[in-house]
Ligand binder design. Structure first.
Ligand SMILES: Cc1cc2nc3c(=O)[nH]c(=O)nc-3n(C[C@H](O)[C@H](O)[C@H](O)COP(=O)(O)OP(=O)(O)OC[C@H]3O[C@@H](n4cnc5c(N)ncnc54)[C@H](O)[C@@H]3O)c2cc1C
Length: 286
């Protein structure tokens, strides 16, 4: 449980961090909360000669509102997401998912940026970003670029980040008026990572029908995904027992489920449908 020897760097600016990534190439990685990277290093599944701690770079851990979005710095911890008054009022789906991550220690150290860059197929915040159609602000040697969340997660534990790029910020659209949201998951007993997790935001019409439904699932497939068929099935409908059941059946359309000793494929498919039905039922008008 002791990692191989590494040099520790603590740059004060994004530019310095990028320069370090460039000069050390494959032998270096960024360190955020350390809750995914350090276990890999301790188990010697990853050996790195250089760790670049981005925790001392100012301005990477804030939550602020602009006209149409909330801007969240990559070093914002899961606890800060869970406890943010601004998010609770303007985009409650994020705190609802963040409070269900791991335990207090994990939430106090783990960061939004670390979780997204790690791209665990069972991560809780990834489906939230997909459902909300967030934008990610990234910086590399050639300057800044933005990427839609749907283009960021490319395969299991892999993202569109180049090795010398840093994720700076996530832009989260404000929750539309007359919308409600839910995050439901079946946690793995030990880690609390999602065996299956469902993020839902529904915008309702004045007479209580679904105007726009957004559903994204984690834990089921190598990459969390939007359940587009289920979303379409809800459009224009009220959340009755029948429409909920029909949508829940469709969330697994076209998905090749992950399978392991803890949760075989059939069980995961079943959980996805049950969890989706639960999330939708919690949003049905009283
Ligand atoms: C016991 C335990 C239980 C957990 N339970 C859950 C759970 O229930 N749900 C859940 O979603 N997660 C869970 N996690 C994972 C946790 O959320 C991690 O904190 C998270 O996945 C990684 O965040 P970090 O800040 O610790 O990143 P680190 O471990 O520091 O880094 C992870 C990776 O991201 C890269 N990276 C970090 N920041 C950036 C950045 N800004 N730009 C580019 N690359 C970056 C690093 O180089 C590294 O490759 C758990 C972890 C543990 C140890």
């Amino acid at each position: 449980m002791i990692p191989s020897r590494f040099a520790y760097h603590a740059p004060r600016t994004v530019e310095d961090a990028i320069a370090l990534l460039q000069s050390h190439g494959d032998e270096a990685k960024l360190l955020a909360g350390g809750h995914s990277l350090l276990p890999l290093m301790k188990l010697r599944l990853t050996r790195l000669a250089h760790l670049i701690d981005i925790g001392r770079i100012e301005g990477l851990a804030s939550i602020r509102q602009s006209e149409s979005s909330i801007h969240i710095g990559a070093m914002t911890t899961h606890s800060e997401l869970a406890e943010s008054e601004l998010l609770a009022q303007r985009q409650p789906l994020l705190p609802r998912a963040a409070i269900q991550i791991g335990d207090v220690q994990v939430r106090n150290s783990g960061t939004l940026g670390g979780s997204l860059a790690h791209a665990d197929p069972a991560a809780d915040l990834v489906p939230v970003l997909l459902a909300l159609e967030c934008e990610l602000r990234i910086c590399g040697p050639a300057g800044e670029r933005s990427l839609a969340a749907g283009d960021f997660f490319t395969s299991m534990f892999t993202t569109a980040l180049a090795p010398d790029e840093i994720l700076l910020e996530v832009r989260v659209p404000l929750a539309p008026a007359n919308s409600r949201c839910s995050y439901e998951k079946v946690p793995h007993r030990a880690s609390h990572l999602a065996v299956v997790g469902v993020a839902v935001q529904i915008e309702f019409t004045a007479d209580g029908r679904c105007d726009q439904a957004r559903l994204a699932l984690t834990g089921l497939a190598p990459v969390p995904y939007r359940a587009l068929a289920a979303e379409a099935s809800l459009r224009g409908k009220t959340l009755s027992a029948e429409t909920i059941e029909a949508a829940a059946q469709q969330v697994t359309d076209g998905v090749e489920p992950l399978s392991d000793l803890y949760a075989p494929a059939d069980y995961r498919l079943h959980l996805a449908r049950v969890t989706t039905a639960r999330a939708l039922a919690s949003l049905a008008p009283l």
